[in-house]
Design a protein around this ligand. Sequence first.
Ligand SMILES: [Zn+2]
Length: 92
Amino acid sequence: MADPIARFKNIGGAVVAITEQSGYLDVKHPTEHLVVCSGCGASHRVTWGYDLWHEEQSYGGGLKVDFDSTGREYLPAARKWAQDHAAKCRAL
Ligand SMILES: [Zn+2]
């Protein structure tokens, strides 16, 4: 698994970490953020607008126009979920 790009601690010391991952097995580049809590196991995915169907339809001609390949646009949403979860989770 990739190194977390951000992590938050809840009151019990459990870590809520944000990583990047590919949401599709046959896609090599990351397409979403995955937020996982080490305490309770809760997880949340924030996809970056990647659409495999579109890529196939364009015969390799390019990614969907609104796909954010860096995920930067979607990071605030992932951070918000992580922070909100860290604030309310009591797991150790
Ligand atoms: Zn939790």
